[in-house]
Design a protein around this ligand. Sequence first.
Ligand SMILES: [Zn+2]
Length: 74
Amino acid sequence: MANTAEAPTLALPVDDQVLVRLHALACFDCGTTVGPLVAAGHVYTGDGDGARYGWPVVACPRHVADQPPRADRP
Ligand SMILES: [Zn+2]
């Protein structure tokens, strides 16, 4: 389930597969690139300086439908 609201902050460095998902090129939950991929909130990594960096991620129709409503979605 692509419930990014409860996703933990990811530790850096991330591997290439995770990086593709952070760049919103694949469903953050399952990694598919078959669309339509739609906005699914944000996932956070450390920024290397003690703060968090937010990445707008996407989810495939199968996983975005499982998400509860969240404040950062229109
Ligand atoms: Zn998916």
